[in-house]
Write a new protein. Structure first.
Length: 376
C-alpha cells in the first residue's frame, strides 16, 4: 500500500520519503526496482527514485516531514480478535520524531474507535500533531490507477487536521468524501465485508449447483445475461488475501459477535477448499496426483498472504496420492514448473486465475476443477 501511494504523491510533484524497517526492500526500491507486482509501477519508479522519491530505514527523516502517512493497520490475533499493540508501538516510537504542527494520516484499516484512541495518546504526550483517518480502498495491483480515479474518504476530529488532509488528497483524488472518523472506520470495514459477503453468496450457489452435478456457470450466465438486477452477482472463487476475512472479523468483533452474515460468509468462503476435496474424494482422490495452478491469493498477483490455495494444498496432502503446486509469480523451491504440473497430474485445480493460464489445453483424461469459470 505504501509504495504505490508514495509513487503517486511523488509523481504529482511532492517530495516523498519511504520509511521501512526492511533494509533489503529499501535497497531494492532505491535501485529503481519494484519488490512486488503493481501495474504501471516498473516504468514509473525509475523516473521518480532519487528525484522526488527515496527510501530509507532512518527515522530521522520524520523530523522534517510536514505530512506523515502510516500504513500500519490492525490485524487479528489467533483468537480472531483485532489487536492494536503493533500499531501503538509503532506510533509511540514515531511520535518521538514527528514535529508539532505536522499531519499524521492513518491509512490502513483501523478497528472502530482506534483513531480516537490514537488522538488521545498524542494529547497525553502534550504533542500538537494533527491526526486524520483516510482509509485506502484500492485493489491490490491496481493502486496507481485507482488512487487517481476513485473518490477518497477523509476524516478528522478537528478542522485543522481535516483541512490539511483535504489539501493532500485533493492533489491526487478526483473527489473527496468527508466523514467523521468513526464513520470512516466503519466505511472501510463495510467496503471489504460487503465484497466478502458477495463472494460468499456466489460460492454458496456454486456449491449448491455442483452438489447436484450441475454446471454453476451455465446457470450464472443465464441469470446475468442482459438482466441488470444481477450485475452485482460475483463469480465464484477463492475469497482470500490479507484484508477481506480480517476486516469481516473486525466488524464482527465490533458488533459483539452479532454480525451473523459475516460469520456465515466466513464458513462458506473458508469452506470452499473443503468442498472441492469432498467432491474429489468420491472420484478416487486417494489414487490421484493433483496439481494446483496458482498459489497467489488472486489472479496476476505475487501476493500469497492468506491464500486459500495453501489451505487446499494441506487438505489434499492428507487425502491425495501426490500434490504438485505451481505459480508464475510466487517463488517457492517446492513448486514445480507449469508443464510438469499439468503433465503429471490426474486432477488439475485452478487456484488463482493468472492470465498466463488462459490458453492452456488439457488432455480429455484430465479432471479439471475451475471454480472461477476461467476456462469457459
Amino acid at each position: 500500500m505504501g509504495l504505490p501511494f508514495g509513487m503517486v504523491l511523488a509523481d504529482r510533484g511532492m517530495q516523498v520519503v519511504l520509511l521501512d524497517i526492511d533494509e533489503f526492500k529499501v535497497a531494492t526500491i532505491n535501485k529503481g526496482l519494484m519488490p512486488f507486482r503493481e501495474a504501471g509501477a516498473e516504468a514509473l519508479l525509475p523516473k521518480l527514485i532519487g528525484k522526488s522519491l527515496r527510501a530509507t530505514t532512518d527515522k530521522e527523516c520524520l523530523r522534517v516531514a510536514a505530512v506523515i502517512i502510516s500504513v500500519i493497520g490492525t490485524p487479528v490475533d489467533e483468537h480472531l480478535n483485532p489487536t492494536v499493540s503493533a500499531l501503538y508501538r509503532s506510533l509511540d516510537d514515531l511520535i518521538e520524531y514527528v514535529p508539532d504542527g505536522s499531519l499524521l494520516v492513518l491509512r490502513s484499516t483501523l478497528y472502530p474507535g482506534v483513531t480516537r484512541l490514537i488522538v488521545d495518546r498524542i494529547e497525553e504526550r502534550k504533542r500538537e500533531i494533527h491526526v486524520a483517518f483516510c482509509p485506502e480502498r484500492i485493489a491490490e495491483g491496481k493502486a496507481i490507477e485507482e488512487l487517481t480515479t476513485l473518490p477518497q474518504i477523509i476524516s478528522a476530529f478537528e478542522p485543522v487536521a481535516l483541512a490539511k488532509a483535504r489539501e493532500v488528497f485533493s492533489q491526487i483524488a478526483p473527489s473527496l468524501i468527508e466523514l467523521n472518523p468513526l464513520e470512516a472506520e466503519l466505511a472501510k470495514l463495510f467496503t471489504n465485508s460487503w465484497r466478502y459477503l458477495n463472494f460468499a453468496a456466489s460460492n454458496q450457489f456454486y456449491m449448491l449447483a455442483e452438489s447436484y452435478g450441475l454446471d454453476f456457470y451455465r446457470i450464472y450466465n443465464a441469470v446475468t445475461q442482459e438482466y441488470p438486477r444481477m450485475r452485482s452477482f460475483a463469480r465464484a472463487g477463492f475469497a482470500a488475501g490479507p484484508c477481506l476475512l480480517k476486516d469481516t472479523l473486525q466488524l464482527s468483533a465490533f458488533s459483539s459477535n452479532n454480525f451473523f452474515l459475516g460469520h456465515a460468509a466466513m464458513l462458506i468462503n473458508e469452506g470452499l477448499p473443503n468442498f472441492i476435496v469432498t467432491q474429489l474424494r468420491s472420484e478416487g482422490l486417494a489414487k490421484s496426483a493433483v496439481a494446483i495452478l496458482g498459489m497467489a491469493f488472486k489472479g496476476d498477483s505475487d501476493d500469497n498472504r492468506s491464500s486459500l490455495s495453501y489451505k487446499l494444498k494441506k487438505l489434499l496432502q492428507v487425502e491425495a496420492r501426490r500434490v504438485l503446486c505451481t505459480d508464475p509469480f510466487v517463488s517457492d523451491a517446492r513448486f514445480v514448473p507449469l508443464e510438469q504440473a499439468v503433465a503429471e497430474a490426474d486432477v488439475i485445480i485452478l487456484g488463482a486465475p493468472h492470465s498466463a493460464y488462459r490458453d492452456l489445453k488439457f488432455p480429455e483424461k484430465k479432471r479439471v476443477v475451475d471454480v472461477w469459470g476461467f476456462w469457459r
